[in-house]
Unconditional design. Structure first.
Length: 319
């Protein structure tokens, strides 16, 4: 009994609904093909992405919602599944920045030292380690080597023979000449009668400490004064008035004193330097005296000599 009024009410309601739809959609009934439709910015971006990545990929991106595409590592639903190549999204980093840091950190911790931040060892020839330079030994020997008498008109040989040998530390392989700066110093004084002397008055001379002749680096062994062997350096010396400096006619040696000392230091950068710090030996002294008789100038007189002797030092190189 209420069917007619209800049907009429339903029909009036549908008419009102259709009218509202036409008011909300003025283009209804005049729809055009999608390619002729006005394009808003969102659709333009979607069309550009479609051209670049393909329809299938774009469909998946749109289905993921307005937040945009996600990189493969963040894609949902991948646990326990192997992603195929066409499922990888071209955009984004692979791996992303945070994953790169994690992997780099893992690589660092995997170094041989087991400490984070340690530098991996470099393969190839290792740098040669320099040998430690140890304390050498210095051995000195000496003796008198001359005439037992002299005269004013004679040709007299008055002098000494000595050697100073620096031996490198036991067990070292570095040549002694490359390891040590070794040098000899000399100081002397004398009184001698010369042809110009008045009433046979002796003439005095002296010399302060100086580096003695060739006895220093670079150890030139061509003239026989230096023996430069791998394990030692030897200074061969003949101090005094001998060989080419003999007391020839008209000369007479009244007294003579000569002092020697040696210094040793580690060689610095391959060059010779006398700068401190260095080790220095005790002074070794040779002496000669002869009593000249002015009343009997032609008389031969005894030569009194005293050689410095022999010594051995255990060199203590300074730091």
């Amino acid at each position: 009994m209420c069917a007619v009024p209800l049907r009429k009410d339903r029909e009036e309601a549908e008419v009102a609904t259709n009218a509202n739809r036409r008011a909300a959609d003025p283009d209804r009934g005049q729809r055009v093909a999608p390619e002729l439709r006005p394009v808003n910015p969102a659709m333009a971006m979607a069309m550009a992405m479609q051209r670049s990545v393909g329809n299938a990929t774009l469909g998946r991106m749109i289905a993921q919602g307005p937040a945009g595409p996600k990189v493969p590592h963040a894609a949902p639903g991948t646990r326990g599944k192997k992603r195929t190549q066409d499922e990888v999204v071209e955009r984004g980093e692979s791996p992303p920045a945070n994953q790169q840091k994690t992997e780099a950190g893992a690589a660092t911790r995997a170094t041989r030292s087991g400490k984070a931040g340690a530098t991996p060892s470099v393969k190839g020839k290792e740098k040669q380690v320099e040998e430690e330079i140890g304390n050498p030994t210095l051995v000195f020997t000496s003796r008198y080597d001359g005439d037992e008498e002299q005269s004013l008109n004679g040709d007299n040989n008055i002098g000494f023979e000595q050697t100073a040998t620096l031996r490198r530390a036991d067990g070292m392989q570095t040549p002694a000449a490359d390891a040590y700066d070794f040098w000899q110093e000399v100081s002397d004084e004398s009184r001698q009668i010369i042809p110009a002397s008045v009433n046979y008055r002796p003439k005095k001379s002296s010399r302060a400490w100086v580096v003695d002749g060739p006895f220093h680096p670079p150890y030139n062994d061509e003239d026989g004064n230096i023996i430069n062997a791998a394990d030692r350096i030897t200074f061969v010396d003949n101090p005094g008035f001998s060989t080419t400096t003999r007391m020839s006619a008209g000369y007479f040696l009244v007294d003579y004193t000569v002092r020697f000392r040696w210094k040793v230091r580690k060689k610095q950068g391959g060059r010779f330097t006398k700068a401190e710090p260095f080790w220095a030996s005790d002074e070794m002294v040779h002496r000669v005296t002869s009593a000249f008789d002015a009343e009997n100038p032609e008389e031969a007189v005894q030569v009194n000599h005293h050689a410095a002797g022999n010594r051995t030092w255990n060199v203590q190189l300074p730091n």
